[in-house]
Ligand binder design. Sequence first.
Ligand code: MN
Length: 233
Amino acid sequence: MKKFIALFLTIIVILTVFKTLDLLKKRPLNYQETKGFLMPLKKDLLKKYKEKRDFSKTPEPKAIVIPKDKQKRIFTIQEHHATHLHWDFRLEIEGVMPSWAIPKGPSLDPKVKRLAVQTEDHPVAYAQFEGVIPEGYGAGTVMVWDYGTYKNVREKDGKLVPMEKCLKEGRIEVELQGKKLKGVFVLIRFKDEEKNWLFFKKDDEFADARRNITKTENKSALTDRTIKQIKEN
Ligand code: MN
């Protein structure tokens, strides 16, 4: 009888060890930083971000959601030399970064409206990511073209509309305080469309129809490197 109990317990222990190893392998990469600890999140805000990437191969940041008390309203624009060159505009909203790929990049001319295709939300750490994404999803060199903080300026009946609501409603108006971009920029979703938005500069003191800013300001706002220098590491 004792032998049976011993055998039974051994099996339980082995199964537990295997289960733990399995859990570790499949551990969710979606965490929230709470009081210095990384806690797994129930609601997977960065599910799509994780699904598209193999973190054993890509140097891109892991999926961590920033808690409310640590959110800083940051934005970033990354020049991404993928199959097709584009600029990724990302705004920190609710601890992650909703993102748009802008094929022609930002313009300071208020008359120029650029197509902005919404992509999967990115982790906030992505704002500082610069480097080479290996073969696979998003392969190519990434440069932090601009970064800084933003202020929500969209009002309705004299009151600020919360960013989450602006995103849901498909109308965002933010004042950027970046190294290169300043002043108000607008994002408007096309009617009855899920992913296609328009991105343009509001006519204010920072608007400038003569400057082609993506051409003239073509170094990293973070490290002052050219795309070639980043590629060659
Ligand atoms: Mn991209």
